[in-house]
Design a protein around this ligand. Sequence first.
Ligand code: OFO
Length: 162
Amino acid sequence: MDKKVVELLNAQVNKEFFSAYLYLGISKFFTQENLMGFASWYRVQAEEEQEHAMKIYNYLLEQDQDVTLDPINAVDIKLKDALDAAKEADKHERYITDSINKIMDAAVAAKDYRTQLFLNWFISEQEEEENNSKEMIAKIEMVGKDKKSLYLLDKEVGGRQG
Ligand code: OFO
C-alpha cells in the first residue's frame, strides 16, 4: 500500500479514538448538568466513534499494514451550555469530514481502489453525522432559554439507541 495512505489511515484511527474521547467529554458535561438524555446521546456517539476507529484498525491489519496506536490528545473543552456543546460537536464533525476527504484524495492519487471503496462508507457516515449535529443545534436553538422545553428535549434525545 502507498505509504501516505497508510499514514493517513493510521492518523485517522487516532482521530476517531479522539472523537470518542471528545464525545465522552461532552457526555460528562451533560451528566454534570443533570441532562441525562443528552449525556446518554453523546455516550452512544462515543461508542460509535470507537467502532469507526476499529473499522480502520481492522482494515489496516487485513492489508498487512502496521497500526501505530499513537497517544490520544487530551480533551480540552470548556462548555457553557447545551448549544455550546452541540456546536463543539458540529465543528469537530466538519474537521473529521475534511480529514476523511483528504485520505480519499491520497487513495485516488495512489490509484488505491480498495481503500477508495473502504472509505465510501466513511464518506456517507460523515454526511449522516453532520446532519445529526446540525439537527441537534437546530433543536437546542428552538428551545432557547425555556427550561421546560429543554427538559422535554432531553427526554427525546435520550431515546437514542445506536
Ligand atoms: Fe467517526 O464520525 Fe464522528 O467523528
